[in-house]
Design a protein around this ligand. Structure first.
Ligand SMILES: C[S@@+](CC[C@H](N)C(=O)[O-])C[C@H]1O[C@@H](n2cnc3c(N)ncnc32)[C@H](O)[C@@H]1O
Length: 264
């Protein structure tokens, strides 16, 4: 019997077979692309994962797929694109292709520009149910004289108008990485490929409301689940590695202590 608000030690396709159709509002996950790192017990079948994810995602639900490419003998694998095409073939809409820009530790190459990003594919099962756009402050705002219309005589007509204080963010999101950037949880760095807490949180706030169910089928150190819990969403996390599953469990449990300390 699968319960909410728990981390599970399992292969994710096998795990999803136990989940009923149209269950999750949002998935935020990052696959182990291109054997880039040693994930201990690695098993990854994109077709099967995409199909099961489609089945268990609610109509109008979203899957955020964070992925980059490896460079083999000077050739970019384009695994990212291959994954996106698979998701589209099995029925997801490619609602957006966003960029996760890393503020520091970019990957340097001697004969190409320094790579500093990964893709964040936003796959939707039909029209998204929820979009709570994150806003940023505008540089020019408040009352200002604006050009209203240009008459036939070529003279600009200026009138007082009010420029907006805030606008919707663009689809390139930048985050600092490493300790203090990605997270302050030292234990998370026992995992080799943690994504920033803020990245998970920004997607959770954008695509879900309180009480919705968030999933990470390859949860690694548990970042998505931790941020779902902090933001009053329900969650399920799964990892194929026992070591990472334990780290994720511990991180999610630490949230209670961190929340208590922030209140005191
Ligand atoms: C890029 S890491 C995820 C990191 C995570 N986003 C975080 O912030 O810590 C990918 C994870 O997928 C897990 N994994 C690989 N294949 C899997 C599978 N078939 N089922 C479940 N987990 C799998 C690996 O053990 C690894 O922890």
């Amino acid at each position: 019997m699968i319960e909410l608000n728990k981390i599970y030690y399992s292969e994710c396709v096998e795990f999803m077979k136990e989940i009923k159709d149209n269950f999750f509002d949002l998935t935020v996950t990052s696959p182990p692309y291109d054997n880039l790192r040693d994930y201990k017990g690695y098993r990854f079948e994109i077709e099967k994962i995409a199909k099961e994810l489609f089945r268990v995602t609610k109509k109008g639900g979203i899957v955020i797929w964070v992925v980059g490419d490896k460079i083999k003998n000077g050739d970019r694998t384009l695994t990212s694109f291959t994954h996106a095409l698979r998701f589209q073939e099995i029925g997801f809409n490619v609602h957006d292709v966003m960029i996760y820009k890393k503020k520091n530790t970019p990957f340097m190459r001697s004969n190409a520009y320094t790579n500093c990003y990964e893709f964040m594919f936003v796959f939707s099962k039909g029209k998204p149910n929820t979009f709570n756009p994150l806003l940023i402050k505008t540089r020019r705002n408040g009352k200002e004289k604006l050009v209203a219309n240009k008459k036939a005589d070529g003279i600009n007509n200026k009138v007082w108008g009010t420029l907006k204080e805030e606008k919707t963010r663009i689809n390139i999101w930048e985050y600092a990485v490493g300790l203090g950037g990605t997270t302050n949880d030292k234990i998370a760095f026992k995992h080799p490929a943690v994504f920033p807490e803020k990245l998970a949180e920004d997607h959770i706030l954008s695509w879900t409301n309180e009480g919705d169910i968030v999933f990470d089928p390859m949860c690694g150190s548990g970042t998505t689940c931790k941020m779902a819990k902090i933001n009053n969403r329900k969650f399920i996390g799964v990892d194929i590695s026992e070591e990472y599953y334990k780290i994720a469990q511990e991180r999610v449990q630490m949230v209670n202590i961190q929340l208590r300390l922030s209140i005191e």
